[in-house]
Design a protein around this ligand. Structure first.
Ligand SMILES: Cc1ncc(COP(=O)(O)O)c(C=O)c1O
Length: 387
């Protein structure tokens, strides 16, 4: 067998701090490494595998579409794309009427920034401190973490960061040159920080008043992750622009920007070669159908409460707080999370950080209760062992 780790070490451009394993296979909430070791996967491709790894419905849809048509640029109409667009708008907040299809979360944010500047003819954006929106230049400019930005300056001008869940500070930073407010309903990378209803209600009102577009980044929170199809449904919130990606297409790359009638389309001034390709669209139709038919929102909500209940039943002293909405779960520690993440790998559980001190769980929403018991038990063991 080839040494895959070494091949990546030699040939891959080195941007990822790697975990010491080669993942070769996945099914539902489990993945296996090249030595055959099994893991419960609470990383799920960074919150992508909401309907589980290698979901049968998605496999069938991809196989069928691959024989029919794989690529089709947006300058031609396409049957599968049309059906996906109808489905996507059908599950979105009802003021969102049309979608631009792209290939990732960052691309969806890039497009949202352009659409907002185009529509309002204004230049500036107000974003959340500890917010994360991606690594391309526009998305990076909306991202708070200074370490991600500082080596790549000058970033796009006109982005301001304000404390999350603090309406007063946000209002102070909105002016006549503000095109949009960009927020995550629950900050993922920033630590699983949950937005509150009053905050979003006030932000919605202010955006209306000042003719500023409210852009919600549902890249991580979308597609049932938080116990609703989109996290904004928890707050009865209708954004003007909603960015989605990750779980949309059952693991295939896809992003989308959903827009209300307030948003003007810059015809001929934006696009993407792969955006809306029939293969990803077919996968997305299958993924969304699976979510609806299996009531994945309810599963995420119930399993999130169940899992957090288990975690709370044996809370070690190094835990500061547990925050969760559905199956987006963060354990805030009084210490760094990385050593615990590495110990959990040894015990067969994959988790991820959210900032330096938060241990984050984004399992497939199809994970079983027994698997959640296993994860909770191993987590308690690992956190306790370090006390
Ligand atoms: C909230 C949020 N927005 C945007 C992105 C960027 O998405 P992508 O990595 O697909 O570009 C991420 C990725 O983690 C995210 O969590």
């Amino acid at each position: 067998m080839k040494d895959f780790k070494n091949l990546e070490k030699i040939y891959e451009f080195d941007v990822y701090p790697k975990r010491d394993m080669v993942l070769v296979r996945g099914k539902n909430a489990k993945v296996w490494d090249s030595n055959g070791k099994e893991y419960i996967d609470c990383v799920a491709g960074h919150g992508v595998a909401n309907i589980g790894h290698c979901n049968d419905r998605v496999i069938e849809a991809i196989e069928k579409q691959a024989r029919q048509l794989i690529s089709c640029t947006g300058t031609f109409y396409n049957d599968t794309r049309a059906l996906l667009l109808e489905k996507l708008i059908g599950i979105a907040p009802k003021n969102l009427k049309r979608a631009f299809l792209c290939n990732s979360g960052a691309e969806s944010i890039e497009a949202a920034i352009k659409f907002a500047r185009f529509t309002t003819r204004r230049k500036e954006f107000v974003c959340g401190m500890r917010g994360f929106h991606g690594r391309t230049m526009g998305a990076l400019s909306a991202t708070f973490t200074p370490e991600y930005r500082k080596d790549f300056e000058p970033i796009v001008a006109g982005f301001h960061y304000v404390p999350f869940n603090n309406f007063g500070k946000l209002a102070e930073n909105v002016n006549d040159n503000t095109a949009g407010v960009i927020l995550e309903p629950v900050q993922g990378e920033g630590g699983v920080n949950i937005g509150n209803r009053e905050y979003f209600t006030e932000v919605r009102r202010l955006c209306e008043e000042r003719k500023v577009l409210l852009i919600l980044d549902e890249v991580q929170t979308g597609f049932c992750r938080t116990g609703k199809m989109f996290a904004c449904n928890h707050f009865d919130l209708e954004p003007d622009i909603m960015c989605v990606a990750k779980g949309i297409a059952g693991g295939l790359p896809m992003g989308a920007v959903l827009c209300s009638d307030k948003v003007q389309a810059p015809v001929g001034k934006h696009g993407s070669t792969f955006g809306g390709n029939p293969l990803s669209c077919a996968a997305a139709i299958a993924a969304i159908d699976y979510m609806l038919e299996n009531r994945l929102e309810e599963q995420a909500s119930e399993k999130g409460d169940y899992f957090v209940g288990k975690l709370k039943s044996s809370l070690p002293a190094n835990v500061r707080e547990i925050r969760h909405l559905g199956l987006m779960v963060g354990i805030e520690l009084k210490e760094k999370s990385t050593p615990h993440i590495l110990k959990l790998i040894e015990k067969g559980v994959l988790t991820l950080p959210a900032g330096p001190t938060v241990l984050r769980f984004l399992p497939p929403l199809t994970i079983s209760h027994e698997e959640l018991d296993f994860v909770a038990e191993k987590t308690a063991q690992v956190l306790t062992a370090n006390n």
